[in-house]
Write a protein that binds this ligand. Structure first.
Ligand SMILES: [Zn+2]
Ligand SMILES: [Zn+2]
Length: 168
């Protein structure tokens, strides 16, 4: 899955068209789930010492609303440019779209780069709506659908005690 043969790259452009299913181990620990398979359509070619991969990622991701934890679905449909270069350790991560090209082996594995690029395109703070009222901090009720009767706790200021101090 999502691998490019470097031998084939020597002969010309390599097309990578795959669908990564939502239950692929690649998404473990990603903090989101996929509602639909990730549609990957990439073209890889050799550029100098490295490999340039350009194409498109499409899917729908599901995340929890930051305030009320309801599922929020968001379509992702975007182009990506990835550069794989023979980097030294220090060079890595200089730019979010530059990845190390393995020194050995005859395959370039695109999975980590594709995973990272998808995560970059998912909302960092998913909200079901801008007006989401979130959960009651006291009873946990969803205040959008199920307003509760909790009285917000008022902060007790240490200075309040001084109000009762009497001076003769
Ligand atoms: Zn919400
Ligand atoms: Zn409450």
């Amino acid at each position: 899955m999502l691998k490019v043969s470097l031998t084939a790259l020597d002969r010309g452009e390599v097309r990578v068209r795959e669908q990564v299913p939502p239950d692929d181990p690649m998404w473990e620990g990603a903090g989101l789930s996929l509602v639909a398979p990730l549609d990957v359509d990439l073209a890889a070619r050799s550029v100098g010492e490295g490999v340039f991969v350009r194409g498109r990622l499409r899917t729908t991701v599901r995340q929890a609303c930051r305030r009320c934890l309801t599922s929020v679905e968001q379509a992702v449909d975007d182009t990506v440019d990835l550069f794989f270069e023979p980097l030294s350790e220090e060079d890595q991560d200089a730019d979010g779209e530059v990845y190390p090209l393995p020194a050995r082996g005859d395959e370039l594995d695109l999975r980590d780069a594709v995973r990272e690029q998808l995560l970059l395109r998912a909302p960092e703070f998913a909200l079901c709506s801008e007006e989401c009222r979130g959960l009651c901090p006291q009873c946990g009720a969803d205040l959008n659908t199920d307003p509760c009767d909790c009285v917000p706790e008022t902060a007790v200021s240490p200075w309040d005690a001084l109000k009762n101090v009497k001076f003769d």
